[in-house]
Design a protein around this ligand. Structure first.
Ligand code: NAD
Length: 278
């Protein structure tokens, strides 16, 4: 029996620790993939304006027969819309595309220090407006380094509820995760499987063999036991069901440590300190 833990964010809102990511799912495949996920028990969907599939995520939720309140929906601001007026319009467009009058969580997708004069505070204040209006139940950031978080802390009022960063066994992100823990910012681990690259690691394969689970299940379980929020992506129905089937076993402390030791500070995506969003 699957039972997904909840995490309480710093504003009291609750997020399922496990969900479904839809990056690189074609719009034409999104309704089917999200529907399969919802049928398998996922109740948290992670999309973004830049994924181009918000409308299809909304359509799948509407078709599922679930109440809107039963599904936690995250979206993220486009890199082209950090200017405050653009950000307001982009947020409105997200709600319209999803066919909902609120999102559970809205994030600044990238800090873009080399663009917009690095003025993340002005963009964040637009998210604060959406939060005060109740149209974003929680607000947060993605790909923020401690220096970006410190800047928000100095210039704005609301502490981000989450920081969504790349985390997997090859990139354990000890420094950013420690900073977030100290400031009550929940960590969401994107590309939790390292886009599949970590699955052939002998350490992971051997733990999987002993546990009677697949390498993907072992890695997802490692994230859950470390306390991060995860939303693996797949369009393959069997894998969608496999990935959520991780709440009936536990890794030992040694297994968790052995997987953590695979870290080589190796990213699969851009470096947030350099990326300009284009
Ligand atoms: P992921 O680590 O979830 O890997 C997905 C890939 O792993 C799939 O395409 C598939 O090839 C493989 N896979 C999935 N399940 C498998 C299984 N059971 N067995 C074997 N292989 C399997 O990578 P991702 O999609 O990049 O990340 C997940 C989510 O994180 C995204 O969909 C998105 O929501 C989010 N994300 C956010 C950012 C950001 O900048 N905030 C960036 C990338 C991803």
């Amino acid at each position: 029996m699957t039972s997904i833990p909840d995490i309480t964010l710093n504003n009291g809102q609750v997020i399922p620790q496990f969900g479904f990511g839809v990056f690189l799912i074609e719009p034409k495949d999104t309704v089917a993939a999200v529907s399969t996920a919802l049928q398998a028990g996922y109740r948290h969907i992670d999309t973004a304006e830049m994924y181009g599939n918000e409308a299809e995520v909304g359509e799948a939720i509407a078709k599922s027969g679930l109440d809107r309140g039963e599904v936690f929906v995250t979206s993220k601001l486009s890199n082209d819309a950090h200017e405050p007026d653009d950000a307001r319009q982009a947020f409105d467009a997200t709600l319209k595309a999803l066919g909902t009058d609120y999102v559970d969580l809205f994030l600044i997708h990238w800090p873009l220090p080399a663009r917009y004069g690095g003025d993340i505070a002005a963009t964040w204040q637009v998210l604060e407006e959406a939060y005060r209006e109740g149209r974003a139940r929680s607000i947060g950031v993605s790909n923020f380094q401690p220096r970006h978080l410190r800047r928000l802390h100095g210039e704005t009022q609301i502490i981000p509820a989450v920081n969504q960063i790349e985390v997997h066994p090859y990139l354990t992100q000890d420094e950013v995760r420690a900073f977030c823990a100290e400031h009550q910012i929940a960590v969401e681990a994107w590309s939790p499987l390292g886009k599949g690259t970590v699955l052939s690691e002998p350490v992971i394969q051997s733990i999987a063999g002993r546990a009677g689970k697949t390498p993907a299940q072992v890695v997802l379980r490692w994230h859950i036991q470390r306390g991060d929020i995860v939303f693996p992506k797949s369009v393959t129905p069997d894998r969608i069901r496999e990935n959520i089937d991780i709440f009936d076993f536990e890794l030992s402390a040694t297994d968790v440590e052995d997987i953590t030791l695979l870290n080589k500070n190796q990213r699969t995506g851009p470096d947030p300190d350099k990326f300009d969003g284009r």
